[in-house]
Design a protein around this ligand. Structure first.
Ligand code: HEC
Ligand code: HEC
Length: 617
């Protein structure tokens, strides 16, 4: 009895560190491959080749460099190979699921055999890492069981005893406790991940088999496969807004401020995008591009994805795997029509389409569309002193760039007598608003017509690599090579270098990334942005606009609380949390129709903001 108490007391320590360790540790390769298999297996059409690659080639993202398949035994490999070769989704699910199950049990058996050794700890850790493949399904379908299993993992770890620094043992292993915990895990896992018969799954998931058998619906939150990256890149693009140049303040432009807020809000989307917290700004980071954005299976390369695939909105799935590179939105009001293929002259309709068809959002209100469009029409190009108003190089440009300018204006036979500048017209922001089939893409299906793409602007392109609609060319030099080779331009090395120097001069921009100086300046930027969003209450409250207040509060209050925790000055956290709570109270009051109370809370928020503005920083 005394022994058990000691163990339970000691468990408190490792439990805290275990929780964070498991979250941050790289995925076990098989568990990562399993998760990607579930994700890809739910796409339509199922990308079989990607699933095979996923098991057979070492992944370079987030996991160790080992093909996941090689970690399975011969029988497991054969079952999975057959399922993949015959493209049998259910068989694939069963083979992969039982393989993970057996691997977990194998590690537990090994640990039981070698309890005295350090390997036992490593086996338990590996089993726990593999268990992560099933974790979210158990948590969602069977939270009580999840708690029991979590405890069993802890018991097992502590049953192995604790070692002092040099490997001398503080406590002997407790075989009985280990066996008990192991039995709990094995019984549950076998019943749920290696049943005699699997039910047919219309959706592949880690939901335990016993929960499937009851037929009750399980609310399983959307997840992205390991290796996904949707957080903003560390280098934040600098945002240049038209009104700021004119000396105007965003708080005086409530429509723009509200659009700015919506651009950062996942509340306008539905389905997985909303659950995952994806917003316009996730991809179009501060009018430019999140160049790190990547979702395995949906993105061919970082900085874009197949936006009309099955994952975000199955209803508008075009069933082709067509990765598109996310375009920069700088200078958007000059670059109609919209879409890489230039299909849509109206920014408003394009935006509505993104919300409803691409990301399964509800029909946006006219006010929402007005606000988003008003905001995006503010996006300016970064100033570039190397070109003048007509797009001609100034004397700040290099000699090489000037020689390149002449080439850019020279007609070539391989371009049907056109010059580069015929399409990229210098005094029209290096574009012409037209679409061409340059042979830069394959037809979407054999025998189909290739898609024509719109001439993109060349302004500020130094910061939006990779290039072309699919991001297939990594550098400006490679674009020049591509034109030279595919259009037989016959440029020599020096000419190609000159043309590239010209593109770099035209594509430049002043201070492309946000510069942060001083303590908490990142927090300060976020704080200013969020309080500006909140300032739209000055118009929304008098207008009694409950619907748009709700979106505002649901977006800004959690962000304010989250950003507070990024401040370096912890004593200021409670103040920002108080502002977040006060904003919530505005929302709560509006929801019950108590407008007087809402006004009072809004006054309170503004008073707090004023009071703390100096204190916080
Ligand atoms: C998952 C990444 C992603 C998200 C989220 C996203 N976009 Fe895009 N956006 C893209 C890609 C990729 C394209 C190119 C699509 C195409 O050509 O059809 C694009 C194109 C655009 C364009 C056309 C630009 C041009 O010059 O042709 C606009 C405007 C735009 N998005 C606005 C938005 C708005 C507004 C939102 C939020 C409501 C949003 N996007 C959300 C990736 C994204
Ligand atoms: C017939 C019109 C036309 C001509 C002539 C033309 N381009 Fe383009 N350019 C385009 C189109 C259309 C695209 C987009 C292709 C795609 O997305 O696949 C493009 C893409 C580019 C890009 C990539 C921009 C980005 O952001 O992805 C660069 C750089 C470029 N062109 C430079 C040139 C140079 C240099 C020349 C002369 C050698 C040239 N272009 C000639 C129409 C033209």
């Amino acid at each position: 009895m005394k022994r058990i108490l000691t163990v339970l007391a000691l468990m408190l320590l490792p439990s805290a560190s275990l929780a964070t360790e498991v979250k941050q540790a790289p995925w076990a390769p098989e568990a990562a491959a399993y998760r990607l298999t579930l994700f890809l297996g739910n796409l339509s059409p199922v990308p079989w080749q990607k699933i095979r690659d996923n098991w057979e080639n070492p992944s370079n993202r987030d996991t160790v460099d080992v093909p996941a398949l090689s970690r399975l035994n011969a029988v497991q490999q054969a079952a999975l190979r057959t399922a993949l070769a015959t493209e049998n989704r259910q068989a694939m699910f069963e083979a992969a699921t039982t393989a993970i199950h057996q691997r977990i049990l194998g590690h537990l058996a090994a640990a039981a055999k070698n309890m005295e050794t350090v390997e036992a700890e490593s086996d338990v850790a590996q089993a726990r890492a593999l268990f992560r493949a099933f974790e979210d399904g158990i948590k969602a379908a069977d939270p009580d069981a999840f708690r029991d299993l979590d405890l069993a993992w802890l018991k097992m770890k502590s049953a192995l005893g604790f070692r002092r620094a040099l490997g001398t043992k503080a406590l002997d292993p407790d075989a009985e406790l280990f066996a008990e915990a192991r039995a709990t895990l094995e019984t549950y896992l076998t019943a749920n991940y290696a049943p005699a018969d699997f039910a047919d799954r219309s959706r592949l998931s880690s939901i335990p088999e016993t929960a499937m058998a009851t037929g009750k619906t399980v609310d399983l939150p959307a997840t992205l496969p390991p290796g996904s990256k949707i957080a903003n890149q560390s280098e934040l693009p600098r945002l240049v807004l038209q009104f700021e140049e004119a000396g105007e303040d965003e708080t005086n432009l409530p429509l723009v401020a509200y659009g700015d807020m919506l651009f950062d809000s996942s509340e306008i989307f539905g389905g997985p995008a909303r659950e995952l917290g994806i917003a316009c700004s996730t991809c179009h980071n501060r009018s430019d591009v999140n160049r790190d954005f990547f979702i395995p299976g949906l993105s061919h390369r970082a900085g874009g994805m197949d936006v009309d695939g099955a994952f975000f909105n199955p209803l508008f799935n075009d069933r082709t795997d067509d990765h598109l590179d996310t375009p920069s939105l700088r200078g958007l009001r000059f670059t109609a029509p919209y879409g890489r293929d230039g299909r849509e002259p109206s920014l408003r309709r394009f935006t509505r389409n993104v919300i409803v068809t691409e990301f399964a959002g509800k029909e946006p209100s006219p006010f929402q569309l007005d606000a988003l469009v008003a905001y995006m029409r503010q996006f300016d190009f970064l100033p570039n002193p190397k070109i003048d108003r007509k797009g001609k190089l100034t004397k700040l440009a290099s000699d090489a760039a000037k020689r390149g300018e002449a080439l850019f204006n020279t007609p070539f036979e391989g371009l049907n007598g056109r010059a580069c500048s015929t399409c990229h017209i210098p005094d029209r922001n290096f574009r012409d608003g037209k679409t061409y089939d340059l042979g830069s893409s394959e037809p979407p299906f054999p025998g189909g017509t290739a898609i024509a793409f719109e001439t993109p602007t060349l302004r500020n392109i130094n910061f939006s690599a990779p290039y072309m609609h699919d991001g297939s060319l990594p550098t400006l030099a490679s674009v020049v090579d591509w034109f030279n080779d595919s259009k037989s331009l016959g440029l020599d090395d020096v000419q190609r270098a000159d043309l590239t120097a010209y593109l770099k001069a035209v594509g430049d921009g002043e201070q492309p990334y946000q510069e942060f100086a001083g303590k908490d300046s990142e927090f300060r930027l976020a704080f200013e942005e969020l309080t500006t969003f909140a300032s739209t209450l000055n118009t929304l409250l008098p207008a009694r606009d409950a619907k748009h207040i709700a979106i505002l509060v649901d977006t800004v209050a959690p962000d304010l609380a989250a950003d507070a925790d990024s401040m370096s000055n912890p004593s200021a956290h409670p103040l920002v949390h108080q502002m977040s709570n006060t904003l919530r109270s505005v929302g709560d009051a509006v929801a019950t129709g108590d407008w007087a109370q809402a006004e009072t809370q809004w006054q309170e928020f503004q008073a707090l903001q004023k009071q703390y503005d100096e204190k916080i920083f």
